[in-house]
Design a protein around this ligand. Structure first.
Ligand code: GDP
Ligand code: IMO
Ligand code: MG
Length: 435
């Protein structure tokens, strides 16, 4: 029995969706534990592309259970839209999807507040996805949130909505000079949407604990990346949830000793969407080349992603934050034909050397990457499925990443399609040392 957490090792968009889809075969349940529809997880099956935002990427497999855990923030309209999009492609969520009654709702006023705040100053904007994620988590912590389970009790829902709107409308109108919301309209629209998913609402913590007791394999699907974590990321340029592996416990209701393995997903280079420090960013032709070849445009907002060299400092830190037992390197094929390929092995700032990411924003902004050049390869890796078929330089690039991050590589992904990867070991068979 193995319970495996998948976590983004960089700033998101590492290819988690693809890898979760690959590993779903080995699990009974796939559970999302944090974030919301700010996530965009791409899965390519044959010539079909699916982008999942809120529903776990395991949904494309028959006979698997998908859980939206208590740590996720759920926008009813986004959920229903995603269910409809899947249904139009003959994928039903009936009997497969379960939503935590403890998960918090993203309400229309959360979206309005997110947009109003971001619109105030371009310079100070976080570059959020504008989905209302931050304001929804703020309400959760402020104890003024509304939970998915409240939808099952109209009186409670009405009361909580009424209390929330009194304050939100004041802020929206008086502080931001924006439009407020009509209680009746919000109530009716959310209740109408809830009709379409109320039968999926349950105590998913209990469901997962029971499955663990029965010895079922569970795959926990992280969203965003370790450096967008609200505690450990490049604060304040982060998202508002715990994206590291610890979030899988608080975000689903299982204890830390249930986790057997943690797999970090990292690109063979680095990308970031939105604002915030990015030491290895390439603002030149090389950055443009990686963006074009890698198709580096956001799966949720379509924004161009900032691109740069692989940063071992970032991934090393992520590995420690989540006790990673394995790493999956994706998009190796995007580096085909680039020579040399640079790897950032440390930072230098004011005469000091850093092997981990400093916590101060100003300090990090002042950090210069220390690079090591690595020979590129002339034979393409695209679509490669065997380790021995990789060019020698590509193999040594992967081995160097292992040395620098201190984590063994479990798989290398060489293309978008489900089957385009090389497996080095099965994370479901390896347990955390000392466990
Ligand atoms: P996620 O948010 O971590 O699931 O990642 P996204 O789906 O936002 O972005 C990753 C993108 O890279 C998607 O378009 C994937 O189809 C694509 N992708 C994943 N693995 C590979 C790979 O090994 N090679 C190439 N070329 N594309 C990949
Ligand atoms: P997946 O799961 C990449 C970024 C936003 C912004 C910051 C805060 O596909 O990897 P938010 O809307 O969460 O308040 O925005 O976080 N961000 C992501 N970047 N991938 C994601 O998800 C992201 N989700 C949020 O661009 O910088
Ligand atoms: Mg994404």
């Amino acid at each position: 029995m193995s319970d495996v957490v998948i976590v983004g090792a960089q700033w998101g968009d590492e290819g988690k969706g693809k890898i979760v889809d690959v590993y779903t075969e080995r699990a009974r349940i796939v559970a999302r534990y944090q974030g919301g529809h700010n996530a965009g997880h791409t899965v390519v099956v044959g010539d079909e592309t699916f982008i999942l935002h809120l529903i776990p990427s395991g949904i494309l497999h028959e006979g698997k259970i998908c859980v939206i855990g208590n740590g996720v923030v759920v926008a009813p309209d986004a959920l229903v839209r995603e269910m409809e999009t899947l249904a139009a492609r003959n994928i039903s969520v009936e009997g497969k999807l379960f939503i935590s009654d403890r998960a918090h709702l993203i309400m229309p006023y959360h979206v309005a507040l997110d947009l109003a705040r971001e619109g105030r100053s371009l310079e100070k904007a976080i570059g959020t996805t504008g989905r209302g994620i931050g304001p929804a988590y703020e309400d959760k912590a402020a104890r003024s949130g509304i939970r998915v389970g409240d939808l099952l009790n109209p009186d409670v829902f009405r009361e909580r909505l009424s209390d929330a709107l009194e304050f939100k409308n004041f802020i929206l109108k008086e502080y931001f000079g924006a439009e407020g919301f009509d209680e009746e309209e919000v109530y009716d629209s959310i209740m109408a949407l809830a009709e379409q998913f109320r039968h999926f609402i349950t105590d998913t913590g209990e469901l997962l604990q029971k499955a663990i007791h029965e010895g079922r394999n569970i795959l926990f699907e992280g969203a965003q990346g370790s450096h967008l974590d609200v505690d450990h990321g490049t604060y304040p340029y982060v998202t508002s949830s715990s994206t590291v592996a610890g979030g899988a416990c608080t975000g689903t209701g299982i204890g830390p000793r249930c986790i057997d393995a943690v797999v970090g997903i990292s690109k063979a280079y680095t990308t970031r969407v939105g604002s915030g420090p990015f030491p290895t960013e390439l603002s030149d032709e090389m950055g443009e080349r990686i963006r074009n070849i890698g198709g580096e445009y956001g799966a949720t907002t379509g924004r161009p992603r900032r691109c740069g060299w692989f940063d071992a400092v970032v991934v090393r830190q992520s590995a420690r934050l989540s006790t990673m037992t394995g790493l999956v390197i994706t998009k190796l094929d995007v580096l085909d034909g680039i020579d040399p390929i640079r790897i950032c092995v440390g930072y230098e700032c004011g005469g000091r050397r850093f092997d981990l990411v400093p916590s101060g924003l100003r300090e990090l902004e002042g950090c210069l990457p220390v690079y090591e050049d690595h020979p590129g390869w002339s034979r393409p890796t695209a679509g490669c499925r065997e380790w021995d078929d990789l060019p020698r330089e590509a193999r040594s690039y992967i081995r160097r990443i292992e040395d620098l991050t201190g984590v063994r590589v479990a798989a290398v992904s060489t293309g978008q399609e489900r089957s385009e990867h090389i497996e080095l070991f099965d994370p479901f068979q390896v347990v955390i040392p000392g466990k």
